[in-house]
Design a protein around this ligand. Structure first.
Ligand code: NDP
Length: 298
């Protein structure tokens, strides 16, 4: 049976380190890390995520700001808000919660966040810094950064000689995850919906990362015996067995089959999920150290 990678426990450890780093920064320079989250419209899931980010930021001792804009907000109004946060010295991290309402264009909004405050790591500047291996000034997208923390818990920092397969090639996850694994010396294969013999490719992976949003697509016999399996996918499905109208979350990996073959595996929920908000806090503290001219703790 595979060892379970407990994302919740690891996230709690990282939060503890972030808290300590925030306290040290305050003691050294008087700076309190500031995180601003902008939310536009009434999407209930987005409001839940934003509230969780605010709670976690306060728990870390940050100055936490939530800016809630109406669903009718125009592009110009939203960009004005982001421009103001770019100029605000008390704010070190700016995040615009996605998706935005349909009449708004996400791309220019994300690109106008100052790269040093882009704690979601989604701007082309931070994507480029990751691609060239500039970890000194870049900020890394939170879910891949969190997934790498989990991979390192199993394999350490150096993945030399290991084959890693990432299924999914989105800008949000797959591409930055591939870059991080490559930077750690893994031999990386990026697979996607046009890949031939996906099962065969997955079977070669010492580290298999699934991020497709296709529930339980990766079967047990796609997993190499002893491999590390990181399941990023989240699909909510009806769960009538839990009561009327109840739902549950499924990952991209058929967990019950895969845990019999893998060496280590993340559960869904409780694996990658808890790491995402945690890495947002880690990025904010890094941004605050850099803004204060100090080296961020690793
Ligand atoms: P996208 O929809 O942007 O990308 C999905 C990727 O999966 C695409 O590259 C697509 O290939 C590939 N894909 C889809 N179907 C198949 C298939 N049958 N075989 C092989 N590849 C396939 O999703 P995201 O990257 O944004 O997210 C992926 C999953 O991760 C989602 O379930 C999302 O909810 C979850 N997620 C979880 C987070 C967390 O905090 N735990 C955070 C972010 C995402 P192609 O490019 O060819 O279309």
């Amino acid at each position: 049976m595979a060892r379970l990678i407990d994302g919740k426990a690891i996230a709690a450890e990282v939060v503890g380190k972030v808290k300590d780093a925030a306290e040290t920064l305050k003691a050294k320079s008087g700076t309190v890390p500031g995180l601003a989250v902008v939310i536009v419209g009434d999407d209930p899931a987005s409001h839940t995520y934003v509230a969780a980010k605010g709670r976690r930021a306060k728990e870390c001792g940050f100055h936490s700001v939530q800016i809630t804009l109406s669903a009718e907000t125009t592009q110009v109004e939203l960009e004005k808000v982001v421009a103001g946060l770019n100029e605000d010295p008390a704010i070190h991290g700016v995040l615009v919660q996605l998706p935005l309402p349909k009449h708004l264009d996400e791309f220019p909004v994300i690109q106008m966040i100052r790269p040093e405050k882009d704690v979601d790591g989604l701007s082309v500047v931070n994507a480029g810094k990751l691609a060239i291996g500039d970890f000194r000034t870049g900020l890394i997208s939170c879910t891949p950064a969190g997934s790498m923390v989990l991979v390192r818990r199993v394999h350490g920092d150096d993945l030399s000689g290991l084959n890693a397969v990432v299924v999914g090639r989105s800008n949000l996850f797959g591409k930055p995850m591939g870059q991080l694994l490559l930077a750690a010396n893994a031999t990386v294969t990026m697979a996607h919906s046009r890949t031939a013999d996906l099962a065969g490719i997955c079977r070669k992976a010492d580290i298999l990362v699934a991020a497709t949003g296709r529930a339980e697509m990766v079967k047990g016999d796609w997993v190499k015996p002893g491999a590390t399996v990181i399941d990023v996918g989240i699909t909510r499905v009806p769960a009538p067995e839990r009561g009327e109208g109840k739902t549950r979350l499924l990952g991209d990996v058929a967990f019950d089959e895969a845990e019999k073959v893998a060496g280590a595996i993340t559960p869904v929920p409780g694996g990658v999920g808890p790491m995402t908000i945690t890495m947002l806090m880690a990025n904010t503290v890094i941004a605050a150290y850099r803004a204060s001219g100090l080296e961020a703790p690793s």
